[in-house]
Design a binder for this molecule. Structure first.
Ligand code: ATP
Ligand code: MG
Length: 365
């Protein structure tokens, strides 16, 4: 039986709560399949680690994520815990840099029975994926801000490299060409930029257009980010794979999470050439931490993305089947419409949602 090592970083706030829930689901899925073994190994990192040990991402943890087959991360950081220079402790961002995880993959898939903000029935069938470039662009400058000594200005530099743009655009086209869709449609990649205003984005667009030529079976088009914000609210069902720059991706992926019922429903993956980290889109939600109210679905669906990625990488169909089974089980748990997380005004807590998903694994599996 094939064995896969997974580094598990539970982190802070609601992180440990959703991690416990996710481990229960993974252990059930492993028993149901019987064809692989997941060796889940917990490691310390985060704001609490920083308070205890003076370091947010210990060397042992970083080494463990490098040697594991994949990393599962819940959420890290707390508003009150900061480095001496005032920045929030955020080892998850450091991990992205250290492991060179350049593609932030965020599915915008609606789950039946989960209310979204749009009344159009087509908004209940969303099946898009947003890919956010995660190593450069407008997001990568916090620590490189220049401030005028007299306090009259602050300045950041935006850098986009040819290799950085090429690898994320290529990842988007490869995903569009091969991804498992929930609805039948022509593969399409949409670039979101602001090429009319910033030269860096014109550069990004030119690279996008040249790579698009390598994928004749995938339709391609471009949108300005302002127009895209409007379209994602007006007709989000039209998009397939969306690829964009770091900061735009950060903003639009929260919009995407809003379309599918909140951050608690939105999984993500940060993927590089050699490593991948799977984590929900949400943060540590300190306002609800410790009360068992967190929705574990985003974390559980992130684990499904992990199984799918491992399955492809190791050509192991049992893992892919288990990924599909988790998604189906989540869909079946929510389909009747009475499982409503606190985020959307319901009262289903972490335990209730986890148990509903475990039951539906038993029924679907
Ligand atoms: P970060 O800076 O790490 O992105 P954030 O400040 O944007 O974090 P989150 O921690 O993601 O904020 O949470 C925003 C709000 O969404 C929280 O206050 C919480 O009420 C809600 N929320 C987030 N995740 C969940 C979840 N899994 N279940 C229920 N509610 C959640
Ligand atoms: Mg946020």
């Amino acid at each position: 039986m094939k064995k896969y090592t997974v580094a598990v970083l539970a982190g802070d706030g609601i992180g440990p709560e959703v991690t416990d829930a996710c481990e229960r689901v993974l252990s059930r899925i492993q028993d149901t399949s019987g064809a692989f073994e997941l060796d889940l190994q917990r490691h310390d990192a985060g704001a609490h680690t920083f308070l205890d040990a003076g370091v947010a991402l210990p060397d042992e943890t970083l080494a463990a994520t490098r040697s594991a087959d994949a990393t599962l991360l819940a959420a890290m950081g707390l508003p009150s815990v900061r480095y001496p220079d005032g920045r929030e402790v955020a080892p998850q961002i450091e991990l992205r840099e250290r492991l060179d995880l350049f593609a932030g993959v965020r599915p915008i898939r609606s789950i039946p029975g989960v209310p979204g903000p749009l009344s159009d029935p087509r908004a209940h069938g969303l099946d898009s994926v947003l890919i956010r470039e995660s190593t450069e662009g407008l997001f990568a400058g916090r620590e490189r801000t220049e401030f005028a000594s007299d306090g009259t200005w602050a300045k950041n530099e935006v850098v986009m490299t040819r290799s950085g743009c090429e690898r994320v655009v290529r990842a988007a086209f490869q995903l569009a060409a091969t991804r498992r869709r929930h609805i039948d449609r022509q593969p399409r990649v949409t670039l979101v930029d602001k090429a009319n205003v910033l030269g860096t984005f014109a550069f990004f667009r030119e690279i996008f257009e040249s790579i698009a030529g390598e994928f004749p079976d995938v339709h391609s088009d471009c949108r300005y980010v302002d127009a895209m914000a409007l379209e994602l609210v007006r007709r989000p069902w039209e998009f397939d794979v969306i690829v964009t720059e770091n900061l735009f991706g950060d903003i639009l992926s929260d919009l995407g999470a809003g379309l599918i019922g909140g951050l608690g429903m939105a999984p993500s993956a940060d993927i590089g050439t050699h490593h991948a980290v799977f984590q929900p889109c949400h943060g540590t939600a300190p306002d609800i931490a410790g009360h068992g109210l967190a929705n574990p679905t985003a974390m559980i669906l992130s684990a499904a993305m992990m199984l799918e990625w491992l399955g492809q990488r190791h050509d192991d169909a049992a893992l892919t089947q288990s990924a599909v089974l988790i998604e189906q089980a989540v869909d079946e748990a929510f389909r009747p419409g009475d499982l409503r997380s606190v985020e959307v005004g319901g009262n289903a807590n972490c335990q209730l949602i986890t148990e509903a998903i475990l039951r539906s694994i038993d029924t679907v599996g």
